[in-house]
Design a protein around this ligand. Structure first.
Ligand code: PLP
Length: 444
């Protein structure tokens, strides 16, 4: 291990002290290449050493402004002291006991906290909770379990999913994913009985109802329609008004379960705990992960209580609902509700307003879209077509100026910072992107 210099307090804006990547980063990237799977998708050589709030320090002491939150995960910011304290206290008490075979309070407490907040109908069950919770270790595992639950409950096998969707990379979740061919090529056969339709439009639901349901897809055999409230990897696509409500209606008409994947959009990122709440639609099952524990691996399936009829042994996992991850989840929820979701709404508005200004100045940036701190813009060529090469260059050059960005969709840059971001940091991010675009314009 290299010994890494640590600054106790990171600056709140980028600070570069070496050329990038610095010598320590280069050495680690080289070691990584020799031993880790080439399937990871690293766009630039950030070798993170420490994080605080919205800032990440690399192994050479360079400090970056993070508009990625480690792919929309560190909701409360990197190493929020209250989350760290909860993790420390819980780790000293109990690291693991497996909620599959035993009981421990942090798992029950987080399940209660999530269940009372689930956007499901008022409870009719004697428990008084509108949901039951199954804990997992990741988004893919949450979706995997949701597929099993939907099939188990409905005794049906078919599933409708959406083009552009990303639900994970295990076999069931991958079968629902409709994002990029590289994610599927040479892995087949996948789960049978999954039909993908375009995302977000009424025209697509017309096609489902008028064409598919009357020809090759008997609705009486469909177990679930699985949908992201806002499509994430697909490009931060906000659906047309009424789209999600109409899926609810279709499900009700045919006894189909509505499964909403909130892995990326959930846990306060859009300004509501669950993004589906923006549309007032109550699904049957919600899957979550990413932001739920501020960085510890945790996911969950929330289902209306009457759906969780599967018997003991039918579904379980050794690590899901680990006590330390649950303690981090409880602290995360508390922080989300004591200001971070409000900040997400306010900073999201500022971010969209600033990106609109950027669009006015640089026509090769599309108008922004999204909700809260789940926002994206497309990069365009001179004819107004999506330009992924320009997007990739902007991301690279932003990194070289101390700004961490990620792409999504075909040519979009996504902004999914920790929810602790402030207005100064948003302005700095926009300033850096503006400089990059100006420099490119002057070169062209
Ligand atoms: N669902 C959505 C909407 C996602 O964005 C992702 C990951 O990006 C997943 C599921 C898969 O989550 P994980 O990578 O934790 O398996």
């Amino acid at each position: 291990m290299l010994s890494i210099p640590i600054n106790l307090n990171l600056p709140r804006t980028p600070r570069l002290v070496t050329s990038l990547p610095g010598p320590r980063a280069q050495a680690i990237v080289q070691r990584d290449r020799a031993v880790t799977s080439p399937s990871y998708t690293r766009d630039y050589p950030l070798v993170a050493s420490r994080g605080q709030g919205c800032m990440v320090e690399d192994v050479d002491g360079n400090v970056f402004l993070d508009m990625t939150a480690g792919i929309a995960v560190t909701a409360t910011g990197h190493a929020h002291p209250e989350v760290v304290k909860a993790i420390q206290e819980q780790s000293e008490r109990l690291l693991h006991m497996s909620g599959t075979d035993f009981y421990y309070e942090p798992m029950v407490e987080l399940a209660e906290q999530l269940a009372i907040r689930a956007p499901f109908p008022h409870p009719q069950s004697h428990t008084g909770f509108p949901a039951k919770v199954f804990f997992t270790n990741s988004g893919a595992e949450s979706n995997e379990g949701a597929i099993k639950l939907a099939r188990y409950y409905t005794k049906r096998s078919l599933i409708v999913a959406f083009l552009g969707a990303f639900h994970g990379r295990t076999y069931g979740a991958m079968s629902l994913t409709g994002s990029k061919t590289v994610q599927r090529a040479n892995f087949g056969p996948l789960l049978p009985g999954v039909t993908h339709i375009p995302y977000g439009t009424h025209a697509s639901l017309d096609y489902l109802e008028e064409q598919l349901f009357t020809t090759i897809l008997p609705p009486s055999e469909v177990a679930a329609i699985v949908v992201e409230a806002i499509q994430g990897e697909g490009g931060y696509i906000v659906p047309e008004d009424g789209f999600l409500k109409r899926i609810r209606d279709i499900c009700d008409r045919h006894g189909i379960l509505m499964v909403v994947d909130e892995v990326q959009a959930g846990m306060g990122r859009t300004g509501r705990l669950f993004a589906i709440e923006h549309w007032g639609v109550m699904p049957d099952i919600i899957t979550i992960a990413k932001g739920i524990a501020s960085g510890l691996p945790l996911g969950a399936i929330l289902a209306r209580p009457e759906l969780m009829t599967w018997p003991p042994g039918s579904h379980a996992t050794t690590f899901g609902g680990n006590p330390v991850a649950c303690a981090a989840g409880i602290a995360t929820l508390r922080l989300l509700e004591s200001g971070l979701m409000t900040n997400s709404t306010q900073m999201g508005e500022l971010l969209q307003a600033s990106l609109n200004e950027l669009h006015q100045k640089f026509p090769r940036v599309s108008p922004p879209r999204g909700k809260g701190l789940m926002v994206a813009v497309d990069l365009l060529d001179e004819q107004g077509n999506l330009d992924y090469r320009l997007r990739d260059r902007v991301i690279q050059e932003a990194f070289l100026r101390g700004l961490l960005l990620l792409g999504c969709g075909k040519a979009a840059i996504r902004f999914c910072p920790p929810l602790v971001i402030d207005s100064e940091q948003i302005q700095i991010a926009l300033q850096i992107i503006s400089e990059v675009l100006k420099m490119r314009e002057s070169r062209e």
